[in-house]
Design a protein around this ligand. Structure first.
Ligand code: TRP
Length: 331
């Protein structure tokens, strides 16, 4: 059985792109692996959230992961700061992490450009913290997107360095589990690119979004002037609406609008109306669960406690071994 670790930054509500992407893969993975999925609240301090933002965002992610089907019985679902051993491993890894290699990391350079007044040491050592998250459970597989591959490369470097330094085969070198072909790419509503929160207000549809707001967003989605010749190829914005339709609507509905398009009879208003209703039908049960779980503080408390205990069992064991290897001894 493989050990899988993945961290989720608490950056607010999940959208349907997240759902069809990473989340469905997490849900599949939890069946056959020893999974640790955690909410990376230490990492979020690199951007200095207020205490309310921090707690609220952690809660939102926890609620939405539970609502979408991450099962806390099958998976170790925990909050990063509930496993403070992570911070100890981070400190130890930093002793062998070099300024030069940390400064070369693309995400660091990007963040430094984006927040020039807050280029803190946490930002620089983000890869050591991420390595600590992964190595503390001796993970083999890390399901992450392309943007995280350089971080994972650093994790392997730190693992190798430790193993070489102490002449042991202690840490496995974890590899990226790339969602790849499994992943249905959900485009945004702004006509180009994938669904993402940072692309502007109307671009993403959230799982917890209310029907009225979903209708408004879908009706405002970018299209074009419409086909003028039969069987003409679709422009990107229109292709995107069809991709969304394929994700949430019945095959009959998709066929109907394909036919309308290829015979130049399509009315985008009708397509959007149908799409909005199908998105609403798709998200409604998730939204209901999200609201229900969010109101159940006792359940959330229980889940967080169970996650913390399971994470501790694994993490504390690794840390005891590491302290011993490094040479810390009790008197
Ligand atoms: N850096 C990851 C991201 O931005 C989040 C993360 C933190 C993570 N620690 C991790 C992912 C450990 C995988 C494993 O998406």
């Amino acid at each position: 059985m493989e050990t899988v670790v993945s961290g989720i930054r608490p950056t607010g509500n999940l959208h349907i792109g997240n759902y069809f992407g990473a989340i469905r893969n997490f849900i599949k993975m939890q069946e056959k692996n020893n999974c640790f999925f955690f909410i990376a609240d230490y990492h979020s301090l690199t951007t200095h959230p207020t205490p309310q933002d921090l707690h609220g965002n952690v809660k939102q992610v926890l609620v939405e992961y539970l609502a979408t089907g991450i099962d806390p019985e099958k998976t170790t679902l925990y909050i990063q700061s509930d496993l403070p051993e992570t911070a100890e491993l981070y400190l130890l890894l930093n002793m062998n992490a070099y300024l030069g290699e940390l400064e070369r990391v693309t995400t660091f350079k990007e963040k430094a450009r984006k927040q020039p007044n807050n280029v803190n040491a946490g930002l620089l050592t983000y890869p050591s913290l991420m390595a600590a998250d992964i190595l503390i459970h001796k993970a083999n597989k890390v399901p992450v997107g392309k943007d995280q591959e350089q971080h994972l490369e650093m994790t392997r470097t730190f693992a190798r360095r430790f193993n070489r330094m102490y002449e042991l085969d202690f840490f496995p070198e974890p590899t990226a589990f790339n969602f790849g072909d499994n992943l249905i790419k959900i485009p945004g509503l702004d006509g180009s690119g994938k669904m993402g929160k940072s692309e502007g207000e109307g671009n993403a549809i959230f799982l917890a979004e209310d029907p009225k707001s979903i209708r408004k967003k879908v009706m405002r989605a970018v299209t074009d002037a419409g086909p003028t010749e039969p069987n003409s190829p679709k422009a990107e914005p229109v292709e995107n609406l069809f991709s969304l339709l394929k994700a949430v609507s019945s095959q009959d509905t998709v066929n109907f609008f394909e036919e309308q398009y290829s015979t130049c009879k399509i009315r985008y208003g009708d397509l959007k109306k149908q799409l909005a209703e199908d998105v609403i039908n798709f998200t409604a049960p998730l939204r209901e669960k999200i609201l229900e779980i969010a109101a159940n503080e006792a359940y959330l408390g229980k889940v967080a406690k169970m996650g913390a205990e399971k994470a501790h069992e694994s993490g504390a064991k690794t840390m005891r071994e590491i302290r011993d290897i490094i040479g810390f001894r009790k008197f």
